[in-house]
Design a protein around this ligand. Structure first.
Ligand code: PBG
Length: 327
């Protein structure tokens, strides 16, 4: 028996363990999703996402102040419109709900980083991420609509646009319209690798965006596939994506690791609604240590290679980092 090698030597005290941590976290890398709904003076809880509220634009300062207190400065915006139609025209309306939200954030916190989700599913009457022909989502006619939505976000003051629809060629379509209209400096953060996941369930309840008929497997990725993720990332990089998103996070640590290894641009992992809801529900039942599982999941995602973490728990994690519980 040779016991000269003793890994336990580096685990002897909290100070020693902190010294040799391989993964370091910063609140700068956290992005908090915000749900913005139409109306005035609305702040309503999302039942399947305990602790997360939907805000009307005028109440957004409450969410911004809580985030500022925790040390979170970056936000990913989703809109919940009152009216929907077949083309999702609310997605690019000048006075659309997200556009109003962007302006409200700009007024209250000019220094905040505003990322907008670019998709049609919240705005279409059928709940799909593009326009329908017969029963399937028609790729090419959807592209100019997505580009128009992205442009309207940029015009309202968004810092970054993040297409999540999974149409082929949408990064290029968005880039070229933004450039034509003078928004050459606005980056595209592409949901390059997005699986057709059951983990999006609570989000669809929060955003009222579940498809009326069918599912999203004709455009979102099949979670049996790993190499295909690299192909999706390469295609988006070829279309000049500035950042890539992998989604979900916890069921995709292998994918995050692959994309981090090949990507020349920053990689974000999105810890989606179902991941948050599971941790909250088990925590509320006393079945798991909620805070411990939250911290471990976040660190695991960074350890896999993520540079940026989009999470409904951003505020809590920022506090955990500040306290030294993680990172
Ligand atoms: C819009 C969109 C979805 C999510 C982010 N952008 C829903 C979907 O694709 O059905 C999911 C986010 C989450 O579950 O937290 N297409």
């Amino acid at each position: 028996m040779n016991l000269s090698d003793r890994p336990r030597r580096l685990r002897r005290s909290p100070a020693m363990r902190r010294l040799v941590r391989e993964t370091r976290l910063s609140a700068d890398a956290l992005v908090l999703p915000l749900f913005i709904r139409e109306g005035v003076n609305v702040r309503e809880p999302v039942p399947s996402l305990p602790g997360i509220d939907r805000y009307s634009p005028d109440r957004l300062p409450e969410a911004l102040d809580a985030a500022a207190e925790a040390g979170v400065n970056s936000f990913l915006l989703f809109g919940i419109p009152n009216r929907k139609d077949a083309e999702g025209s609310g997605a690019w309306a000048y006075d659309g709900v997200v556009q109003q939200g962007i302006r409200a954030i700009r007024r209250h916190r000019p220094d905040a980083l505003v990322v907008t989700d670019v998709c049609l599913c919240e705005y279409t009457s059928h709940g799909h991420c593009g326009v329908l022909r017969d029963d399937s989502v028609d790729n090419d006619p959807t592209l100019p609509i997505l580009a128009r939505a992205a442009l309207s976000h940029a015009r309202a003051g968004a810092d970054v646009v993040a297409p999540s629809d999974m149409m082929d060629g949408r990064v290029a379509a968005i880039r070229s319209l933004l450039d034509e209209e003078g928004f050459t400096e606005i980056p595209v953060m592409s949901y390059a690798v997005k699986y057709a996941s059951a983990f999006y369930g609570p989000f669809r309840e929060a955003a009222g965006s579940a498809p009326g008929k069918g599912d999203r497997r004709g455009y979102q990725m099949d979670w049996h596939n790993r190499r295909e993720a690299v192909r999706e990332a390469e295609l988006d990089l070829g279309e000049h994506a500035d950042m890539l998103i992998v989604k979900p996070a916890l069921s995709c640590l292998d994918i995050i690791s692959d994309i981090a290894a090949m990507s020349p641009v920053p990689v974000a992992a999105y810890s989606v609604s179902g991941e948050y809801a599971m941790i909250k529900a088990a925590g509320q039942n006393g079945w798991i240590d909620e805070y411990g599982v939250l911290c471990e999941s976040a660190v695991a995602t960074f350890r896999a290679g993520a540079d940026i973490y989009i999470t409904y728990s951003a505020n809590e994690l920022a506090q955990a980092i500040r306290k030294g519980d993680i990172g």
